[in-house]
Write a new protein. Structure first.
Length: 381
């Protein structure tokens, strides 16, 4: 049974939370959305755990939070020689996390999956700290499956996820949806967003979103759409990632950047349709803003997570799913078709919006607050 939510602030105490989140924006940004809501409930001190050379190494310190860097990496596959280094990286990470826990003394732990969750979850188990897992994919990752047996609560975004967790952990699963930052839930009109981005408020607009790491395949799709933008038939918002340089001389109808982090709400709001990978956070954001989407799952994603996510969206009539190897030929045709069929775009967008859970971040924050204040009260007793 999950604890009842508390509506009052902790009397004179600060709730300390340790957060394992990183590797990709899909693991980091949900945690930040929850933390944003958690800070509305009272005094909170947060410490993140992740890698210094990934997205959390840039974003977390920039937001003013502390990061405990660990050497833990994702599972490389049994055939990779890198798998031999995994036990050493895990042992080193366990040592570092244990030291951090002894110094920081968190009242509650939040883990969003990926590599950093495993050592953090294990140490939380050692010290008896309440552990909340957040799994946004249809098929939970290895770390979540391993830690589920010890978790106080497991929060999912999609109903089928519980079926892929250990049977004895399923009574602690709550399907509350994916937490999304407040800024994305305050979407302006398309014309206002386009003006903000320096685009024509009237021209149809297509957004290409390769995720926090970028996508070579979607960059090639974007280049296939350039002639349409040059001819003035559409505008292109193109997030190409840090490792790619767009061709020179782009027309004014194309806005290309490595990332649209500060303008992501306008990026989505300006778009008539979005072409994207199918990471869990991208799915959540598309549902929150209600946009027609063409999803191209990343074929090398662990355990085909993105393929299952995209098919889940497609099964609800909320997206078009196209296999990666067919993207360069099929996506441009689908984009043209969607731009020519506003009613179809509207149906896709409304289906996506119906899958959104606007209160997800607040509900998870309330749970963490209750667990944290309970731990704080127990420490004082």
């Amino acid at each position: 049974m999950l604890p009842k939510f508390a509506s009052n602030r902790a009397a004179g105490g600060t709730v300390r939370i340790l957060i394992a989140a990183g590797g990709t924006g899909g693991h980091l940004f949900p945690a930040l959305a929850v933390l944003e809501e958690l800070q509305e409930l009272g005094q909170v001190e947060a410490w993140f755990v992740g890698r210094a050379d990934r997205i959390e190494g840039r974003v977390v310190p920039a937001l003013g939070y502390s990061l405990q860097a660990i050497p833990m990496r994702g599972f490389p596959g049994w055939r990779s020689p890198q798998v031999l280094r995994l036990p050493i990286a895990l042992a080193q990470s366990l040592w570092l996390v244990r030291q951090r826990v002894q110094e920081f003394r968190p009242h509650v732990v939040l883990a969003t999956g990926a590599y950093s969750s495993l050592p953090v979850g294990i140490v939380a188990r050692w010290y008896g700290i309440p552990l909340v897992l957040l799994e946004l994919n249809v098929h939970p990752g290895r770390a979540v499956r391993l830690l589920a047996r010890w978790a106080t609560a497991i929060i999912t975004a999609m109903e089928p996820t519980a079926l892929h967790l250990p049977r004895r952990a399923r009574d602690r699963v709550q399907c509350w949806g994916a937490p999304v930052r407040r800024a994305l839930r305050q979407v302006s009109t398309p014309s206002e967003a386009r003006r903000l981005l320096g685009l024509s408020p009237e021209l149809p607009t297509v957004a290409i979103l390769g995720g926090s790491l970028g996508s070579a395949r979607l960059n090639r799709v974007a280049q296939r759409l350039l002639p349409h933008a040059e001819a003035g038939r559409m505008q292109l918002l193109w997030q190409h990632g840090a490792g790619f340089t767009p061709p020179p001389g782009l027309p004014r109808t194309v806005l290309a950047r490595p990332f649209f982090a500060a303008e992501l709400a306008a990026f989505y709001a300006a778009a008539d349709c979005v072409v994207a990978r199918a990471g869990a956070m991208t799915i959540a954001e598309l549902c929150a803003v209600g946009r027609a989407a063409i999803l191209v799952p990343y074929p090398a994603a662990a355990e085909q997570h993105q393929w299952h996510n995209a098919r889940w969206m497609e099964s609800h009539g909320a997206a078009i799913c196209i296999a990666d190897e067919r993207a360069e030929t099929e996506v441009p045709a689908q984009v043209e078709a969607l731009l020519a069929e506003p009613e179809r775009r509207h149906r896709l967008a409304e289906a996506a919006r119906r899958l959104s859970r606007p209160d997800a971040a607040a509900r998870i924050a309330q749970l963490l607050w209750q667990l944290g204040t309970d731990s704080l009260s127990g420490a004082r007793a």
